[in-house]
Design a protein. Sequence first.
Length: 582
Amino acid sequence: MNRSTAAARRTRRRKSSMIAALLGGAFVSAGVCNANELTGHEHLPMLPPAKPSARLIGYHNPDGLGLSDAGMLESGAVATPTPATEPELPHPTVDASAAEILPPPSNDLVSDGLVADELALDGVSSDRFQIPAPPDTQTTLPQPTSIGQGQPMLIDYETALAMVGGRHPVVGFAQARVREAYAELTQAKAMWLPTIRAGVTYHRHDGNLQASGGAINDVDRSSLQAGLGAGAVGAGTTPRPGVVAEFKLSDAIFRPRVAQRTVWARQHAQTAAFQTQLQDVAIAYNSLLLAYQEIQVIQQSRERTNELAELTASYAEAGEGLQADADRMKTELNLIRSRLLEATEQQATAQNRLIEALSLDCVAEVQPADIQLTPIYIVDASIGRGELISVGLAHRPELKQLQCFVAATVEEYKRQKYAPFLPSVLMGVSQTGFGGGLGSTVNNVDSRTDLDLMAVWEVRNLGFGERAARSRAAAASHQAKYRQLQQMDRVAREVADGQTQIIHRGQQVTILQTAIDAATDSYQRNVSRIKDGEGLPLEVLQSIQALENAQLSYARAVARHNEAQFRLQWALGWPIHSVSTY
């Protein structure tokens, strides 16, 4: 390995480390290697040089809630969460113009045991759930660099990833869902607070009324009520009190707890949406960079083939070669033009996918600022599969979201369980002016105060309704637990697939590096032999084709390797650690 190649690989690993820190959610301020430092990587042609990003800006997302290392549910119980420890990272600078980020939630998530014979959820831990939330500060995102009026925007990995923020529709939708959950929580907490009513009631009756003793009387009367309360007629109380609190005690106790856990679940859903969008943007940029690299490779092959075609034509004109060989070279040039058109089409579609992933203007044009497609190393392939799966189970927000849903269903079951033993409460106070008289006369108006206190216990449908409600809540809890188990299996499979892919694709990259070296040597030797007057120019064509195929295969292998690295990082839940250790 020569010095330039070694330096280039060290540079790639430094850049991969910075990308890993960005993807993990750390705000990092570090210098990016200069474009000229990568010129030692000679396996692929370089893209046109562009100014690299000067900073790495990320999204701070501290993780707290993690599943146990075993990651399993024992005896039908929810796995006890264990806080995941993370290194301290510098916080971003505050940008008051950035979108609002909700404050972190409370950590008072306590799930009591339930009756074992009715619902096997008594394994819910009373430990606090460490629920992370987005920070209450935001940073100014780096913007793509515009070359000029009407020119494409230059972006690199770091800039593209940093553009995924609160203004992105996917992340913004998830944030709106969190705000909706907070509003529902506020509404649930305010359930026991009284409602204030003010109104005016005018009553006029002319005709028969039945007295309490059973006699029918012809009554002609009127009454007027105004103030805090409405609806009073005759000797009865005010049916619509001015200050009234009416609620089921079971709802007032348990619905805020359900709503709180729903808030935490949606915050984890927001984190999951953000991380998924990061992955989509990284893969879309990787595809765009591959498309540009393929165009460069095919253009270089066209230049070599064009020189060879001219040489073959001159040999045919001089009578030293066959015209059939010259025609064969023309055919090869047309095939290369066709491949170049196909690569250009792939570049345009890859650009459109990146624009969609970044939610940019549909008429915008973007161009990769990275000068070359090089392997990125975010996750060390030598880490054991079991250790990686444990990291994924501890960090994936989808699992934390489902764990909060399990806790919410536990509280809903408790609400149904205790509903027959907790009363519905009515407390009403009215302060009005009331008066009336015979006929249409309203006189003798004076103040009137009504106080009503009521507590009612209810057993629905002779107890059958209560049993059905508890059974339904128990079934919902079991469904949430099984969904959590399914997600755990899915996470384990995604991590295992990701590790397998980075191992085999990394080996493929190494093999194809050797293939490029061999193809380059073969091409150079054949060209030297033709220049020395040995053989015909057409004999070089196979070397040109082999070199093009090797370079294209290498570029695609590197792109697939980088995509596998991003997918594995996503499968792990974007933990904030060094590249080689967890």
